[in-house]
Design a protein around this ligand. Structure first.
Ligand code: AP5
Ligand code: MG
Length: 194
């Protein structure tokens, strides 16, 4: 399993990444989760990125690459990886591609989870009310969606041009979306668990 899940904030990358990684014993790597863990632990990186996360701005590429590249390459050794939220700039994608290629574990498929904005916003506001994530407020959600449109669109084009991209409808129950994601991976997944 060498999969990248890409999609707007709230599209279900984390939900699907966890489900698919668990089904196949792969490592689920969420950049957002890793960064939030650094913030919670009060590390030097956490202190550097806390305000950026809370404002919905991207963390500088160097920090993300330093944190994520070694973990992604290490995960590829075993049952593989499901990347969630990384890469999300063209520079990150180019750096990741080169590193994975060198390590002999290049990405095999990129799945874009698609959902209408009103669903994304409703999901994040619900989570904001339930869990209090600092960036799940109306204003910051709007900024995160804008950042996605400008910074991450080129990453989608990059993987489309490489022939790796598949679009999957992210609306439906989490189980139904998982089935559709797995159906988009015929050459990665021999058997689809019930
Ligand atoms: P990150 O944590 O990646 O946040 P995000 O992209 O904004 O996405 P979310 O985690 O909000 O949504 P998701 O697509 O994972 O959906 P989820 O499954 O949670 O990044 C946060 C911040 O970190 C960034 O803004 C940036 O500052 C920084 N950062 C991260 N990566 C970076 C990078 N590479 N470079 C630079 N900076 C970076 O679902 C959302 C909600 O909907 C949940 O409550 C879930 O339960 C619910 N839900 C999921 N699926 C369904 C469904 N099918 N039906 C109904 N509800 C559903
Ligand atoms: Mg997430």
């Amino acid at each position: 399993m060498r999969l990248l899940l890409i999609g707007a904030p709230g599209s279900g990358k984390g939900t699907q990444g966890a489900r698919i990684a668990a089904l196949y014993g792969a490592t689920h790597l969420s950049t957002g989760d890793l960064l939030r863990r650094e913030v919670a632990a009060g590390t030097a990186i956490g202190r550097q990125v806390r305000d950026l996360l809370a404002a919905g701005e991207l963390v500088p590429d160097e920090i993300v690459l330093r944190l994520l590249l070694p973990v992604a390459v290490a995960a590829a050794d075993g049952a593989g990886y499901v990347l969630d939220g990384f890469p999300r700039t063209l520079d990150q994608a180019v750096a990741l591609d080169a590193e994975l290629e060198d390590a002999g574990c290049a990405l095999r498929r990129v799945v874009q989870l698609d959902a209408p904005r009103r669903h994304l916003i409703a999901r994040m506001l619900r989570r904001g009310a339930d869990e209090g994530r600092s960036d799940d407020t109306v204003e910051v959600i709007r900024r995160r969606l804008d950042v996605y449109d400008t910074a991450t669109a080129p990453v989608i084009d990059h993987y489309r041009a490489a022939g790796l991209l598949r679009l999957v409808d992210g609306v439906g129950t989490p189980a139904a979306v998982t089935r559709d994601v797995l159906a988009a991976l015929p050459d990665l997944v021999r058997t689809v668990p019930a």
